[in-house]
Write a protein that binds this ligand. Structure first.
Ligand code: LLP
Length: 466
């Protein structure tokens, strides 16, 4: 079997809601279905390039997260990291599942509120928040804020203590701990090492507590001021494909929680971040990846608290008094979406250098040029089927004026012709949300499918002339 066919077989098995027929059947728009909608409908309705999303695929992943968490913790929550994809239709759909949302800017706060999320189900993470941003969120009744810096923590605590009487509710603050661990992923996606801008080092927190308590005349005043600090947050990186490090991460979190209890704080909320990676072939239809991820964290947590009697007393032996949350982004949305683009023309510079020019570019689908990410791609509609056995190692490139503008640096695909249609998979996370108007190109179109029907089409326009 050729490499291409092996990939297709794998692709079929791994991606719920996508049905890619054999290569020889991919003409007339009937060789590819997204949640039973044929490609021909999509091509009729939209301009290319286009992102097509199955909302059911997203709901299913959220529900697997929720069910997995329910197996281990009485009190739990999911905050979908909307930076992965903030399309309003997706947000509204996720809101319907009962999940919350993780935001990193006031723009995301407003989009989440606009999509209907209750402020109590919103968690404001994010390094370098502006004061005006967290004040707007606090006054809007936000449920959770993850604090990334000790000055930020101090400012927010001061604000809460002086404004608490006029606020309808106080947020739960969590300390974002930098556990100083090395993870295997792209360097831009690591967030929990000593050289990372994210989070607070444990020893900095300890020093800060010891110094700042001297500013208070009584222990009670200090405890009252500090009381909104009720949680610990940790997120060590994204697109994590191995999990050996998590035991160490949990140990650091427990050490910090133990210290907090010793200092009369009450950390009853653990936010264990996102990070679960998505393989090249897409996600498992049974959600086994999520189930294993949650099981691993949960068993490590319950086993490792045995080292701390005080934690077991406060949280319960099975953490029944603790609220445990995760903030997944990529693993929820990546495999729900394909990026579809059309072939413009081809060029063969030498026996090794084969270029396929498509109408999508790095501004529409930026992960390959930003992270050298390899997304599986397939021809999903041929103008005419001929000589499928002739394959080339194509460099798939877009119209942007940069050599870094490529969608794939090496795609083994048959001979390609003008108007053939190519799909890139796992395009639901950090693709449309990172798209931009570089070269004054318009943003790609978007189509959303639910229960086998197209429910929304967005055909974006050219950016306005300033
Ligand atoms: N929580 C925090 C604090 C985060 O910084 C992130 C992602 C998440 C949760 C969600 O992580 P996920 O489950 O999606 O791995 N643009 C990059 C990814 C950047 C991730 C940023 N933070 C990419 O395209 O790979």
């Amino acid at each position: 079997m050729s490499l291409l066919l092996i990939q297709i077989e794998k692709g079929k098995k791994m991606r719920p809601f996508f049905n890619l027929k054999a290569v020889s059947e991919r003409t007339l728009g009937h060789g590819f279905f997204i949640d039973s909608v044929p490609l021909s409908h999509i091509l009729d309705l939209s301009t290319s390039p286009v992102y097509v999303t199955s909302l059911n695929a997203i709901a299913e992943r959220i529900s697997i997260y929720k069910k997995s968490l329910e197996n281990y913790f009485i009190n739990h929550s999911i905050f979908y990291a909307m930076k992965a994809n903030y399309a309003e239709t997706i947000l509204q759909h996720i809101k319907e599942t009962g999940a919350g949302v993780d935001i990193v800017s006031i723009g995301e706060w407003r989009a989440a509120r606009h999509a209907g999320f209750s402020p109590q189900k919103i968690c404001f993470a994010g390094v370098g928040k502006k004061e005006v941003e967290w004040i707007e969120a606090i006054e809007g009744g936000i449920g959770f804020i993850n604090v990334e810096h000790l000055s930020e923590l101090q400012d927010i605590l001061n604000y809460l203590s002086t404004h608490k009487l006029k606020l309808s509710s106080l947020p739960i603050l969590s300390l974002r701990l930098n556990p100083c661990v090395e993870v295997k992923t792209h360097p831009h996606l690591k967030t929990g090492a000593l050289d990372s801008k994210f989070g607070i080092l444990f020893e900095h927190f300890v020093n800060w507590i010891n110094i700042i308590q001297q500013d208070f005349s009584t222990q009670q005043d200090f405890a009252n001021w500090l009381s909104p600090l009720k949680g610990i947050h940790v997120h060590v990186g994204s697109q994590l494909m191995e999990n050996k490090i998590f035991s160490l991460v949990i140990d650091k979190v427990l050490e910090c929680a133990h210290f907090m209890f010793e200092k009369n704080m009450l950390p009853m909320h653990l936010d264990l971040g996102g990070g679960l990676g998505v393989p090249y072939e897409g996600v498992d239809p049974n959600g086994d990846d999520i189930k294993k991820h949650i099981e691993l964290f949960s068993t490590i947590l319950v086993n490792n608290i045995k080292k701390y009697e005080a934690l077991q007393d406060k949280w319960g032996k099975k953490c029944e008094n603790l609220n445990v949350s995760f903030e997944p982004g990529r693993s929820v949305v990546a495999s729900s979406t394909v990026f579809i683009t059309k072939v413009l023309y081809t060029k063969h510079n030498s026996a090794e250098h084969h270029f396929c020019y498509v109408d999508g570019a790095m501004n529409d689908f930026p992960r390959p040029s930003l992270y050298n990410a390899q997304h599986q791609c397939e021809v999903i509609n041929f103008q005419e089927i001929e000589k499928l056995e002739t394959q080339f190692h194509w460099k798939i490139v877009g119209p942007v004026c940069e050599s870094g503008d490529f969608l794939s640096s090496d795609a083994l695909l048959p001979n390609l012709k003008k108007n053939d249609v190519i799909a890139f998979f796992e395009a639901g996370a950090y693709c449309r949300s990172m798209a931009n108007n570089y070269n004054l190109r318009k943003l790609p179109s978007e189509i959303f499918i639910k229960d086998g029907r197209i429910i929304k089409i967005i055909n974006n326009e050219l950016p306005p002339i300033q």
